[in-house]
Design a protein. Structure first.
Length: 71
């Protein structure tokens, strides 16, 4: 079983999603996952609590689209 951990909003510190990776990776496909949105500045995940824009980077893992927070 893969280790999981919660990823919190960098602005308000509240829970945003659960990652299956130590690199805070969020799979692009999933029924219960938050949806990554796209605007003129790129991919992002809105915090469900404070609505902060969390910039995300699209990556490929095991031939599947995924996202991770941009540094």
């Amino acid at each position: 079983m893969l280790p999981t951990h919660d990823v919190d909003c960098p602005e308000c510190g509240k829970f945003v999603y659960t990652s299956l990776s130590l690199d805070d990776v969020l799979p692009a496909e999933g029924a219960t996952l938050p949806k990554v949105l796209h605007d003129e500045r790129g991919d992002y995940l809105p915090c469900p609590h404070c609505r902060a824009r969390i910039a995300m980077k699209r990556i490929r893992i095991a031939d599947k689209d995924s996202f991770k927070p941009q540094a």
